[in-house]
Each structure stands twice: as structure tokens, then as C-alpha cells.
Design a protein around this ligand. Sequence first.
Ligand code: UDP
Length: 383
Amino acid sequence: MTRPLFVNHASAIAGAELILIDALQSWPGASVFLFDHGPLETVLADQNFEVTISHWGGGKLATMRRDTDALRALPLLMRFSAITLELAKAALGHDVIYANSQKAFVVAAIASALVRKPLIWHLHDIISAAHFGKSQRRLQITLANRRAARIIVPSPAAADAFIAEGGRPGLVTVVPNGLNMALDSRSKADIRAELALPEGPLVGVFSRLAAWKGQHVLLQALKSLHGVRCIVAGEALFGEQAYADHLNDLAAEADLAGRVLFLGPRSDVPLLMQAVDVMVHPSIHPEPFGRTLVEAMLAGTPVIASDAGACREILDGGKAGTLVPPNDPRALADALTAVLARPSGLDAQLRYATERAKSFYGADAMRAAISTIITDVAKEARH
Ligand code: UDP
């Protein structure tokens, strides 16, 4: 029987961690190695996974940001070395390592070489200058080409970016992120009443608070849309508190005051998705995927998303939602005005979007595809 060791650096729960939790459902009781204590550890331990926390992860690794260059990262290398040895030791009882994040992959690439285990990288990022510094990109690609047996990406956009940076095309398999979502049968008005949300036109944005996620673009767009309110779910997860403060300042400006509701991190996003009139995904850089698009499509809520990265594909070029140029508040305001007017044809578009989400982005298909890759890689290594 295949015994994978799953590795993730973050213990906060963002999109990639939600995918990991889902993927793990095919591997009851599996071993998971995390760099640090936190909410992900709690969720996995509650589901009876065997969770190991590094003794060395701690707060300091969080200071290793995506744009940190090699020289400034030097003081952290000792800590990385210690985690690498810890991970190598943990991997001894397993036949394949599955790294679910960029930092986890870098550590696992070295650990896997030490103990001669095959390595799978589930790459949840667009590798490009917008997201990573030059030396980080070079390191990722070099290690990927040398050490990865397979690289799983959630979209052709993420695959193209990896290959454009020099990654070997033959390593890559696209496995679209998948999710299942239970719907509430109550009316929008009833759900809003229960959640104490306002009546009238209501827009929602549901991501961690981070500059590239572009919540500020939505707030700028709302300035010209009098009478339209907005809910902002999510928190600053990876050192983006200054951006969260900036959003609060923006929302307090006279032409927005009282119209933006910050909800903080929520565990009832599916319900909130059903409560709003439009879900906006305003990223200013290309997205590797965008679970929130699929959630809104399943909820039957219109989507307006930046035309970059995977959003175009998820929305089928605009057939399953509205695409707008990234970082363009005026274009977003125009799109919001159009969708909030509920044009004829919108209901048909929503039905198409729900069908598309169910057909292409279900959790079962994702789990099966990931499990097959894990099993195949372990089998190849045995032979
Ligand atoms: N999310 C959540 N609570 C919040 C805000 C977001 O559970 O308060 C969820 C959201 O519903 C989605 C995920 O976080 O499932 C974000 O995934 P996405 O792919 O959109 O972005 P990522 O975090 O991977 O960049």
C-alpha cells in the first residue's frame, strides 16, 4: 500500500490548504508534516490525520517572504537545514513525499534527495515576476526540474507560467481544483436577515486580504456606485496587515463611509455567497486558480473577475461570468452596474455557470486525479 507523506509550510488556512484538506480525504489517517502550529494542525488532528509539527518552523520562517533574495535569506538557511533533516527523517517510513506549498517543496526537494524518495509538488502558484523574486524563481525551477517526479498545477495558466520560467513541460499535470458545496434552500432575503446583512444591492469579495488580491480595486469602483454596499470576508494571513489597515482607511473615506462591511475570516462563505447579488474577484495579478469563482458559480451568484490567469478559463472566456481588465476600477464599476441591473440572459448564464462548476470543478474528480498521481509515482519508484 502507498504511504505518502504530505508536507505544507503554512498552518494558516488559505485556498491551497483547503485543497490539501480535501485531497487528504482519500488518505484516511495519512501523515502530514507542517512547519508550524496553527489552525491547519487543529483541523487535520480533529480528522485523525497523523500530524507532525517541526521543532524549528516557528515564527521566524514567516519572515521569508516570496520576494526575499538569496542573500537576505541567508540567516534563515540554518533553520531551513534543520527542518530539512527533520523532514528527511520523517520521510523514511514513507514511499513518496507530496509538497503542497512552495516553501514545503524547496525543503522537501533537499530532504527527498537525502533519503532517495520520489517527490510530487502540488504547485498552487503562478511562478512569475509578479509573485516571486528572480532568485526564488530560479531556485524553484532548478529544484523542480531536478527533483520533482511530477508537478500538479490547478490550471493551464499555472502550467504555462511554470514552463515559461524554464520548467520541464513533461513534469506537469493539470488537476483543476475541485470542491463540493452544500446550498441553503432559503431565499436571499432570509439568509441576509439571519446573517444581519443589509437589504439592497450587495456585492461580496471573499479572499485573504492581500494587495495582489485587489480588494482596493473593488472599493475604488464602489465610490461611484451610490447605494451599493459591499461585504469583505477574510483576513491578512501572510504578513499583509498594513494592506488590511489601508483597506479600512479607504472604506472610511466620505464617499464610501458606511457602505463597506469587514466581516473578518468566515467559515460560512457558501452562505455568504448566496446572500450577495454579485461576487467580485478583483486580483491585480494572474491567479493560479480562484476557488471563490467556483463557489459563486455553485451558489448561482453572478461572478465578475479580473481577466488574468485562470479566471478566463474558469469563466469559459466570459460565458459563465463577466471578465474585466485587472486593476481598472472604472471598468469594474461599469460591469457591476450592468450585472446589478439583472440583464436578460443573466439567469441563463448562471445556470450555465453552475453546470460548468459541477462538471469541471468537483472535489471527487480532483481527489481521484491526485490519488492516481501519488500511487503512480510510488509504483514507478518501487520499480
Ligand atoms: N475563504 C474563507 N473564509 C474567508 C475568506 C475566504 O473560507 O473569510 C475561502 C474562500 O471561500 C476560498 C478560499 O478561502 O475557498 C480562498 O481560495 P482562493 O483559491 O480563492 O484563493 P487563495 O487563498 O488560494 O489565493
